[in-house]
Design a protein around this ligand. Sequence first.
Ligand code: ZN
Length: 160
Amino acid sequence: MLKQEKLQLVAKKSYTHNHEEENRVLQARYVSLYKGKPVIRIAGLGGRSFSLYGLFISPELEPGDRKAIDTVKHEYGHAVQLEQLGIIRYLRHIALPSMSSTVQGASYYEQPWEITADLLGGVDRGHSDAALNAGKDYLASAKRKSTDIFGTDVSGSTGT
Ligand SMILES: [Zn+2]
């Protein structure tokens, strides 16, 4: 075995060991619970996952895999955002921009509505302080915004 392969195996093993809770979720075939939130395996989203009260994660995600573990934590972070914002603000300021985003790769998680999901879920992707602060500001300003049931920003008309 090559030295690099050995190192990768060691890395994978310790990641598995330190993330027992996430791996339990990833071992479940259909439904499980993660920090009090239901986790449902759902196919047909092109491998994507999302959060709406519960965590909906792709069946392709496997235990022990760093990306899969980070996905569970990230989606939990979105569930916390929903609790903080309420459903209307969450849909308007988090879910909608997330669904319509065409950004791919590592910079996907740098977007202001994504970065606090990493932060609240405990995912360490090595975000810069500037990006983290931009995300925190975005969440804070979303909390202050008033929207009607269609998600239209009506903050200006309320005089508050
Ligand atoms: Zn996300």
